[in-house]
Each structure stands twice: as structure tokens, then as C-alpha cells.
Ligand binder design. Structure first.
Ligand SMILES: [Zn+2]
Length: 442
């Protein structure tokens, strides 16, 4: 049994089906929440536990990032030669594809450590990562798993299979190898999905092989879908069918699968997502940055599709992403009444639901039995805080407040804004060295 931890003197937002705002203590045992009690409940019985004084700050469940790319770190400060890429395909062909092809094993390890540390600092306790490295595929998911283990973040990993350099089969084999490995030693902080880059760079033969392997291993797919209109045009031209129809017909979709972006989908395709129970990850900042359009998130929610929120590798900060989601959909609809509840729902309800499908854990709620993935936000409410006012505090106050303490799987990774057991300066220094060499190769 690991050491018990008690978060005392806390204001607790439980979230979950019925959000409650409580004052008291949270007892953590063996990586899970054991009990919630009134102030002073546990001292007498558990004098040996580690007590963390929350100083009446807000304790809430840690955040989930439903779509990350840890490998994107070395793009920071790197720009393709002039003229700047204009279309989405140009952005892929001149930045992201050469980047992932040039990454070496060590680059990938340090590229991953940097955003994983940022996850801890920003209170992101679970990520669903989508990796791409056409230069090194064999065994690469182990490298990411090692980085996640070093930092302590809960993570689902997959490798984006692609035939763009003729290495699709190798990619399928790496996904299968990793999923098989986790299946034989389950538990811990890791989970596996089956990655596809995007349907337009995966040939039918590779797709069918991937589906048969994913089915054998019981894992879902994690793939980009209709991020730009070119994805649909290419699909129709080469395969005679739009993206989601092709993915459905080939067996990619289902409740364990995650379709990323879905910016350019029609109502028939939304129906496919709904019927198959496929979840979607919306990435507003990335979509705006690539100028690809606005995903029909409000329509998808109205249809009952499980839509979550990701950062697409742009950052590890879900609190920024949710604020952008709110204002983007207001602007897109020219309607200040929309976006507020929906954006909060994406992050606080739907992301934990999506992650729970991958980890088979209760996430995103403070109640006995749920994972002890928690944050203490350095937030002092200036107006009454209760279940009715919570979302207003969340979006306009808590999201801008510093994260004070981060706990994942019952392990304290940051306390009083100081990382524990993570040498960020050493890791960043090594990352800069590797990035400099990498940029010369790029
Ligand atoms: Zn992505």
C-alpha cells in the first residue's frame, strides 16, 4: 500500500454527474480517492498520512487532453523557408512531414518530456497522444511510454500509420506490438490506441491490415478526420467516397475510436459518428492557427455525439483551449448565447468520458473509487461559489488562475507550484542541444 495523502483545508469541486462544492478533506490511497470528509476527519485515525494544506484553495479533478502531439516540441521557433505555406497540405508537406521524418529516437524522448512537464504545470493529468515519426517507427511507442513514466502523466499512445513514405505496414506492426505489450501487463498509467495519420495517406490494403490487428487486440482508432476540405476532396478522388463513410465501411469507427477535428463533415457524416458511437476531439486553437475552418461542434453535440477537446500539440494547457472554444463558437455563430456551457462540457464532462473509454477508470470526478488525478487551483473566488455559479468561476476565473498542486494516480508531481522529482532545467538544456542539431538536419 502506498502512503496515504490527505488534502486538507480544501474547497472541493467534485464535478461528475452532480457537481458539489464542499469544504473539507480528500483522502487518497493506492492511486485512488478513498474518501471525502469534513475538516479534521482523518487526523486521528491516520496520523502517519501526508497532509497537504490547500489553504482553502480549490481542489478539482485534473484535466484531460483528448488529442496531443508530444512530438511537436522541436517545431517551436522553426519556420519553413519562404514563401510561408498557405494551404493545409503545404503546411503538412513543408513543416510537419519533414519534421517527423527527421526526428531521431533521442529527439523524440526529449520532445515528449517537455510537454509532459508542461502538462504537470498546467494541471493536465491525462493525455491521449497521437505520435508521428516516419523516420523511426519500430519500438518508438516504448520511448514515449518511458517519457510519460519519467514524468508521471497518464497517457494513451498510438503511432499514426501512413503510407506517405511507404511505411504503413511497419506502422501497423508498431501499434500492434505496443498494444500487445500493454495487454500482457495491464494497469499503470498507460493505454494504447491504434493510430492512423489521416485517411487520405492510408491505402485500403494498409487500412484493412490495421483494422484486423486492432480488432484482434480490442483497441480503438485515433485518427485525423476532415481537418481541411482537401481531406474530403482527396478521399472522393482516390477512393470514390467521403472520409467518414470510408472509415465506417472499413471498420475503423466505434465507441473506442476517436475522430480528430471533423471540421469538414456533413450531416450524413455526423449521423455516422452518432450511429457508430465514435467520439470526436475538437481542437479550436489548431484549427484557427491553420485557418482550416470551424468544426460543427454545436451541431455534433445536438446530435448526441461525444465531442471532447484537444490541443493538437499546440500546448498542454486545457484551460487556454477551453476559453478559446467558448469564444470561437460565439463568433462563428454570431451568437453570444452559445459556447459557454458547451465548451465547459467538452473539457469537464466529455474528455473524462472519452479517456474513461481508454483507461477503464473513473476520471474527471472526485468521489470514492475515482482515480486520484487532482489539481489544486490557486483561486480565491471573489463572488459566491456554488454549483450554480461554478462554470462562470471556471471559465472566467479558474482558467486564468495558476495551478498550485498536481497529483496523478495518487502521486504528487507538483506542490506549491514546484515540480517534484523533475529536473526541468536539465531536460530543457538537453532538449535545446538536440533541437539545434535537429534544425540543421531539417
Ligand atoms: Zn493532430
Amino acid at each position: 500500500m502506498s502512503k496515504e495523502i490527505v488534502l486538507e483545508n480544501a474547497v472541493i469541486a467534485t464535478l461528475g454527474e452532480k457537481n458539489r462544492i464542499l469544504e473539507g478533506e480528500v483522502l487518497i490511497r493506492d492511486g485512488a480517492i478513498a474518501e471525502i470528509g469534513k475538516e479534521g476527519s482523518f487526523r486521528k485515525e491516520l496520523p502517519e498520512a501526508e497532509y497537504i494544506d490547500c489553504r482553502r484553495r480549490l481542489v478539482m479533478p485534473g484535466f484531460v487532453n483528448a488529442h496531443h502531439h508530444l512530438y511537436s516540441t522541436f517545431a517551436r521557433g522553426l519556420s519553413p523557408k519562404d514563401p510561408a505555406p498557405y494551404t493545409f497540405v503545404e503546411i503538412l508537406e513543408r513543416l510537419w512531414w519533414p519534421l517527423d521524418k527527421a526526428l531521431e529516437r533521442d529527439d523524440i524522448h526529449f520532445s515528449a518530456l517537455i510537454p509532459l512537464i508542461d502538462c504537470v504545470k498546467k494541471g493536465t493529468t491525462t493525455i491521449i497522444d497521437h505520435h508521428e515519426s516516419q523516420g523511426v517507427q519500430n519500438g518508438i511507442l516504448d520511448e514515449l511510454a518511458r517519457a510519460a513514466g519519467e514524468v508521471g502523466v497518464r497517457a494513451s499512445f498510438c503511432l499514426g500509420v501512413s503510407d506517405r513514405y511507404g511505411k504503413g505496414r511497419e506502422g501497423v506492426e508498431e501499434n500492434a506490438r505496443f498494444a500487445e505489450k500493454l495487454r500482457s501487463s495491464p494497469g499503470g498509467l498507460l493505454s494504447a490506441m491504434f493510430g492512423l495519420h489521416a485517411a487520405f495517406t492510408v491505402e485500403d490494403e494498409t487500412l484493412d491490415f490495421a483494422v484486423s490487428e486492432a480488432r484482434r487486440l480490442g483497441v480503438g482508432f485515433h485518427t485525423h478526420v476532415a481537418e481541411a476540405s482537401s481531406d474530403q476532396e482527396e478521399s472522393v478522388k482516390r477512393f470514390g467516397v467521403r472520409v467518414l463513410r470510408r472509415l465506417r465501411d472499413r471498420g475503423v469507427l466505434g465507441p473506442k475510436s476517436l475522430a480528430i477535428h471533423c471540421v469538414h463533415i456533413d450531416s450524413g457524416e455526423m449521423e455516422i459518428l452518432r450511429e457508430t458511437g465514435t467520439a470526436v476531439a475538437h481542437n479550436p486553437q489548431s484549427n484557427m492557427n491553420n485557418a482550416v475552418g470551424v468544426a460543427p461542434v454545436l451541431e455534433m453535440l445536438e446530435k448526441g455525439i461525444l465531442v471532447g477537446l484537444g490541443t493538437d500539440g499546440m500546448s498542454s494547457n486545457m484551460l487556454d483551449e477551453v476559453r478559446v472554444a467558448n469564444i470561437l463558437h460565439k463568433l462563428a455563430r454570431r451568437d453570444p448565447r452559445v459556447g459557454f456551457v458547451e465548451s465547459c462540457r467538452l473539457l469537464l464532462e466529455n474528455n473524462p468520458a472519452i479517456a474513461s473509454r481508454q483507461f477503464d477508470l473513473k476520471l474527471g470526478v472526485i468521489e470514492p473509487g475515482a482515480a486520484a488525478d487532482l489539481v489544486v487551483m490557486d483561486y480565491i473566488p471573489p463572488t459566491p461559489l456554488n454549483p450554480v455559479t461554478f462554470l462562470g468561476h471556471f471559465l472566467f476565473g479558474i482558467c486564468g488562475a495558476p495551478v498550485d498542486t498536481t497529483i496523478i494516480n495518487g502521486r504528487v508531481l507538483m506542490r506549491n507550484k514546484e515540480l517534484i522529482g523533475i529536473d526541468e532545467e536539465r531536460i530543457a538544456a538537453r532538449s535545446r542541444e538536440l533541437a539545434e542539431k535537429f534544425w540543421r538536419r531539417f
